[in-house]
Unconditional design. Sequence first.
Length: 121
Amino acid sequence: MTRSIVTPIALVVLAIVAITSTACATRTISQVLADPGRYRNKEVRLSGAVVDSYSLVGNGAYQLDDNTGKLWIVSKTGVPSKGARVKVTGTVREGFNLGALGDRLKLPAGVIMLESSHKAN
């Protein structure tokens, strides 16, 4: 009797873990740039090397390169230094207006990621 209860519970837990890990899986920059609408306003995880970095009063932006492409990441909590390897989580945006910060940084228009967190590798 105990075995008949444990098996369905184990299957449900396994399914939840599989779904969660798929939703948070690391993507490549080329995947995001190839179909930005698919990732728009969704949480995405990327990893790569910081190839350019600008900071202004705790805000800033950095360009991430994962060997499949490059993407600008906008942060409100500080930016990693050039050359750092990071894992970043955030939401993908298209045509994002950075206001005065964008004028200072001269970021190209198009697809960016708004960072929710980053961690050095």
